[in-house]
Design a protein. Structure first.
Length: 101
């Protein structure tokens, strides 16, 4: 795979774009590689066995489940199918044009 960011090749794109008679620049369809980071919140139900003393202590319950995520992690569907999924923040970290070799 060749990229214009120089990671695999020194190949670059000609970025000069001729304007049309209407003054609008031509567009080119390209394949791009994107790296995106998202912060997501999931709200879902999971049936788990916990120590009795944590049932009435939200802080202790949270700490226990944080230390034992294997008890509930399989219930978390990353597509949000069984949960309420909220994207809190999204950032585009990088983008580069992918050239055919």
């Amino acid at each position: 795979m060749l990229r214009t960011d120089g990671s695999d090749s020194t190949t670059t794109l000609n970025t000069d774009s001729a304007e049309t008679d209407s003054g609008i620049q031509d567009e080119t369809t390209v394949t791009v590689e994107l790296t995106v980071t998202e912060e997501v919140t999931y709200e879902f139900n999971a049936e788990v066995a916990v120590p009795s003393h944590t049932v009435n202590d939200p802080g202790a319950l949270r700490d226990y489940l944080d230390d034992n995520e294997d008890l509930w992690l399989d219930e978390l569907d990353p597509t949000g199918k069984n949960a309420c999924l909220c994207i809190n923040e999204r950032s585009l970290d990088s983008a580069s044009v992918v050239l055919a070799a």
